[in-house]
Design a protein. Sequence first.
Length: 187
Amino acid sequence: MLTELFFTFAKIGLFTFGGGYAMIAQIKETVVEQKRWLDEEELMQIITVAESTPGPIAINMATYVGYKKKGLAGSAMATLGVVLPSLVILYVISLFLDAFLQNRYVAYAFTGIKCGVAFLILRAGIDLLKKLEKRVVPRITFGIVFVLMIVFDLLSISFSSIWFILMGGVLGIVLYAVFSPKKEVES
């Protein structure tokens, strides 16, 4: 299982361009649909935790999936698997960076990759939106944050998305405290 975790995430790390958000769709396809290591609900929980913790989301997701499957050793192997391909590729590119960037075919390839990455990120976002709980509060929260992010971007207002994450967490805690079923104390 440790070897399988390593090579599964190495393949994801090697063949997915565009960073962590672009990897979400590939991780979902691999660990939920192909390998069936997790179900949709578990993956949504992992995405939520991975987004809320420091570090790149794909690395955090690999770490959590590895831990779920095989504990600490599994998290180390999955994390190493997702990181190692990028590390090796960037090291090799850095050796020939100037010549590499001046090659027009490389420039064309990067243009095509940008388009593909935009699609992967959009696909991951739509998948997450479909999984959003069909209740009023999550929908209203999503709508408000979406509109605010667009307005802030259009008006060039600097506002970190981390604040939206923190406010969402506080809102969730408050709503849970207010609306959670109260357990009666048995005597």
